[in-house]
Write a protein that binds this ligand. Sequence first.
Ligand SMILES: Cc1cc2nc3c(=O)[nH]c(=O)nc-3n(C[C@H](O)[C@H](O)[C@H](O)COP(=O)(O)OP(=O)(O)OC[C@H]3O[C@@H](n4cnc5c(N)ncnc54)[C@H](O)[C@@H]3O)c2cc1C
Length: 468
Amino acid sequence: MADQFDLTVIGSGPGGYVCAIRAAQLGMKVAVVEKMPTLGGTCLNIGCIPSKALLHASELFEEAGHNFSHLGIDISAPQLNLAQMMVHKDETVAANVNGVAFLFKKNKITSFTGLGSIAGPGKVKVTSDKGEQIIESRNIVIATGSVPASLPGIEIDEERIVTSTGALALGAVPDRLLVIGAGVIGLELGSVWARLGSKVTVVEYLDRILPGMDSEVARQFQRILQKQGVEFKLSAKVKSIDKQDDGSLTVRIEPAQGGDMQIIDADVALVAIGRKAYTQGLGLESVGIVPDERGRIPVGPAYGTSAEYIYAIGDVIAGPMLAHKAEDEGIAVAEIIAGQHGHVNYGAMPSVVYTNPEIASVGRSEDELKAAGIDYKVGKFPFTANGRAKAQMATQGFVKILADVATDRVLGAHIIGKNASEMIEALTVLMEFSGSAEDLARTTAAHPTLSEAIREAALMCGDGAIHI
Ligand SMILES: Cc1cc2nc3c(=O)[nH]c(=O)nc-3n(C[C@H](O)[C@H](O)[C@H](O)COP(=O)(O)OP(=O)(O)OC[C@H]3O[C@@H](n4cnc5c(N)ncnc54)[C@H](O)[C@@H]3O)c2cc1C
């Protein structure tokens, strides 16, 4: 007889594993099917976690080379031990994926390793080298995530022409790295290798970097990256990449709107033009689910698909491809299946670029408010006027708060600066509670902290900041 479950989750990324844990906590008998040998999905194995391990290590490498002497720490020039840096990354990944396996045991979740496919209503087939197995399940959550998007005519080998996966595991620092795509992943991984010694050139089809982010923040960030040695070719598209016998790559680019071809030589090319929803081999047709034009699974407000008792969450559905968005949807759908009122507030969903400085934002950008014709005011405060930032040699960037003119309610916040990823949480909580700029301006910030810049920006929405 087939195993019987209340819920079977296909995919164990941040959407799937968090959903499984929440459902188990709510009393359901839960199974998870994962085709990879370890749990945790893209995020833990080849995404958020390994990239942050390399970003952290490479940032310290650069600091040791540049800032230490100013702080009175005299050391000889730091030597890169890339193999050990990769060991640190791999250990970080292992600790995290093992943590998920521990949580599955703790919550009595049954884990199946193999390709999961829907074999009709209430049935999931698990295919592995051990054969096929059918699981019976009242509810199914699809959390199969996404994979890197490809460029026509450009073949990925994960050694010289790589996706983010290959870029997280290069065996040597390339002299010249070409990054195709100036989105979050391209700029984060470009930063890693630039700090370790690569000459990085970023080619972007649009006329700006970080599409979708506040354009003032993006402009300032581009200037900072240029000072760090990163070169940008905007409004340009890659036409072809040829591998030469000497190991180099010849990359042909041309203006986005057509025009004269330009040749760039590189040693490694990173294709980082976005990610696409992944539903291959899932058997959606067996239950009549039809993906949209971008391959994503259409869902209603309660994450239900067109098939009864089958839900979908995370990167495989519409919305920003972020781990915490997938996690929040995982919790919400588990609660909905349990008869509760799970809900995700997409209006207060933070987003971060983990470079140096970091960029963090929540809510709407100034461009969006302008386009929507909303009457807003801007409170902006630079880190050059913040005491802690001076002490830490981290004066680049600013905090920008956008508030409604009529109600003072905060509509969006954007931080470019050190530790922006941690600071944005205060603004996310404020927005979750529909707080105003005055609420923030009247909340004490410990002195001296970088977070004082947030309060000062909030004061700028009213009578003015103190320290500027
Ligand atoms: C380099 C990089 C850095 C990133 N950094 C960040 C970051 O800092 N912050 C952030 O918020 N987001 C980041 N992301 C994005 C983040 O990783 C994704 O948004 C997140 O992993 C999506 O979670 P998910 O659960 O929807 O899918 P995934 O994490 O993609 O997990 C899907 C899982 O399903 C499995 N699967 C697929 N099909 C089947 C099947 N048929 N049967 C069984 N298993 C299947 C896959 O093997 C995978 O393990 C990063 C991504 C990359 C690539």
